[in-house]
Design a protein around this ligand. Structure first.
Ligand SMILES: [Zn+2]
Length: 258
């Protein structure tokens, strides 16, 4: 690990970032020794032509010109590319922390060379970083969009519906089930939009458009406390631009604007 590299250093669930990000730099750069030789650094990618390592640290390096930034704020401070890299690093650090012991026999695991896998030396079980696929659906009815809010959303904010894919389920089945369960609406013509890794903590969001096919909005009052049809010209507060939910809703609005 000699040589220059960028460092994604996590301390108390936030990432070490430079105070001055005006030049486009956000993560510190240097040699391992500059940051106290972090233990078990993971090579998580490249940033501006240099390798990028991630590691946990106990405290800020001495006289470091920076601060701790929660993952959610990386997007607003440094943009989508830095957020994606920070999200990947965070998920890999979480995965390693959560797989220190074999889930089958309890033996301490060891990192497997050459890939992201924790291996059990006793029973050979391999534990890979775990992703939880989730389906997001924006239901459309003529000029209106079905938006809903969960109890923990910021006041006034609405978004598209979303839920986790269950074992044995296709994405299409998940979309139909989630919309039916959460708001009592039937859908048709599911159309794929885009996907986004969503590192809170380990989702992969797969976003779709769908058309209304029947039913009356009936929020389940557990995951969804309120839902309504909104005209595209009068939308409520929407999720932040970092999220695929916002991209999905914006794309639906551009379609009509034509
Ligand atoms: Zn084992």
């Amino acid at each position: 690990m000699d040589g220059m590299s960028y460092w994604l250093l996590r301390c108390r669930n936030a990432l070490l970032t430079l105070s001055d990000t005006s030049g486009g730099e956000v993560f510190p750069r240097g040699q391992a020794a500059d940051f106290g030789e972090p233990k078990d650094a993971l090579l998580v990618g490249e940033w501006r032509g240099l390798p990028c390592h991630a590691a946990e640290i106990d405290g800020l390096p001495e006289s470091f010109p920076g601060e701790l930034t929660p993952l959610r704020r990386i997007f607003s401070r440094a943009g989508a590319e830095a957020f994606a890299l920070a999200g990947r690093a965070t998920q890999l650090l979480d995965w390693r922390l959560n797989h220190r012991y074999c889930g089958n026999c309890g033996t301490p695991t060891l990192p497997k060379r050459g890939e992201f896998a924790m291996a059990c030396p006793a029973c050979a079980l391999l534990a890979y970083p775990r992703l939880a696929p989730a389906v997001m659906v924006l239901v459309m009815r003529d000029e209106e969009l079905l938006l809903a809010r969960g109890p923990r959303f910021p006041p006034g904010m609405y978004s598209a519906l979303a839920g986790f894919v269950e074992a044995g389920e296709t994405l299409e089945q998940c979309a139909v089930r989630e919309v039916r369960e959460e708001v009592g609406i039937e859908i048709a013509n599911l159309r794929y939009f885009h996907s986004q890794p969503w590192p809170f903590p380990n989702s992969l969001m797969l976003a779709f458009f769908a058309d209304y096919a029947g039913g009356t909005i009936t929020p389940d009052q557990v995951e969804i406390e309120a839902a309504a049809w909104f005209p595209r010209s009068a939308l409520p507060t929407l999720p932040d631009r970092v999220s695929i939910a916002r991209h999905l809703i914006d794309a639906a609005c551009r379609r009509t604007a034509r």
